[in-house]
Design a protein around this ligand. Structure first.
Ligand code: SF4
Length: 327
């Protein structure tokens, strides 16, 4: 039986401490659905403070589903540029079109219907149901997981398995204010129960928390897939213009332009005396040799780009980083 005091304590904390975020503004029901959709797509893989200016700009330029659905991909991508994971915004546009066509411009209230829309999976469907429709869901993000691991002092692989964490979620119980409640729990994880140094003195859960009692805040996590890969970026210049190519190599950057790249082995990377850069992606650490002054090798997918004009194009941040490292 969940402790009824928990929602009370958490919501009391939230009412006094929540951040003012643009998607939390008091707006009409349909605007709230739209704001939730946009912010939840942006927040997949990206932190709140990065998302805020993008969100504000995006809803100014695309104030509703209609304007998003009928805008060109080019214009939408330009407004997403720098947020990364561009498949999200392509899916967002497809979802906007489907919502208008098949759901009367409204976000469905059934989880399976939500999950049938492009870019909406387990987590985002639950967030939408809780935040936009005030349904009693608590989406399990990294913040919620961390709180549970500390409250119950979960350490072993079994204890931190998805199944066990889902069971432990009953600790939170439910509130009639489902929308605020889901956001409140995530907010405690983001602002108070932080990964490296929790600020327990401000936390409403100290009485319930084993980590607090034992002063053991170390979080165990299952090893995430993250490895180092080595590449050579071939940089060729012709009359101040650089040769780039439409990406067919990395799934997450579909059709964006990159410098021609080839994967190399660690030995070649280490022995090279050329300029090197390091780029951290969410699932891979990319170590790249910048191989300047290579022969022009034009293909159907090639384009020439003047460094002065890079801000006019939609470029992945690592293409920009390579641009900034070449003369
Ligand atoms: S008391 Fe401390 S460790 Fe426990 S949930 Fe709160 S912030 Fe996290």
């Amino acid at each position: 039986m969940p402790n009824q005091n928990i929602p009370k304590k958490i919501l009391h904390w939230y009412d006094n401490n929540k951040r003012t975020l643009p998607w939390r503004k008091k707006v009409s029901k349909s605007k709230r659905e739209y704001f939730t959709l946009i912010s939840e797509f942006m927040l997949q893989q990206t932190q709140v403070k990065t998302v805020v200016p993008y969100f504000e700009n995006f809803v100014k330029n695309f104030p509703n589903l209609q304007s998003l659905a009928k805008s060109s991909d080019q214009k939408i991508l330009k407004n997403w540029e720098g947020l990364g994971y561009y498949s999200r915004v392509r899916n967002l546009k497809k979802t906007a079109i489907l919502l208008l066509k098949e759901f009367n411009g409204k976000l469905p209230k059934e989880i399976e219907k939500l999950k049938s829309l492009p870019g909406i999976g387990e987590y985002t469907s639950r967030s939408i149901l809780a935040i936009a429709h005030n349904k009693p869901y608590i989406p399990m993000d990294g913040n919620v997981e961390r709180i549970l691991k500390r409250v119950f002092l979960l350490k072993t692989n079994n204890e931190i398995s998805k199944e066990n964490l889902s069971k432990k979620k009953s600790f939170f119980g439910f509130s009639k204010r489902s929308s605020d409640y889901a956001q409140a729990i995530m907010e405690i994880g983001a602002l108070i129960c932080k990964p490296s140094l929790p600020s327990c003195i401000h936390c409403p859960l100290t009485e319930n928390c084993k980590a607090f009692r034992r002063k053991d805040f170390i979080i165990n996590s299952k090893n995430k897939f993250s490895k180092t890969k080595y590449f050579q970026a071939n940089v060729s210049k012709y009359k101040n213009e650089y040769l780039l190519t439409k990406n067919k190599k990395f799934n997450f950057l579909k059709n964006l332009v990159i410098f021609p790249m080839e994967e190399i082995d660690e030995k070649k990377f280490k022995n090279s005396v050329q300029k090197k850069i390091n780029i951290k992606m969410s699932n891979m650490n990319m170590k790249i040799i910048i191989n300047e002054n290579t022969k022009i090798n034009k293909t159907n997918n090639s384009i020439f780009l003047n460094k002065k004009n890079i801000n006019k194009y939609i470029l992945p941040s690592f293409t920009k980083k390579i641009f900034n490292s070449v003369s």
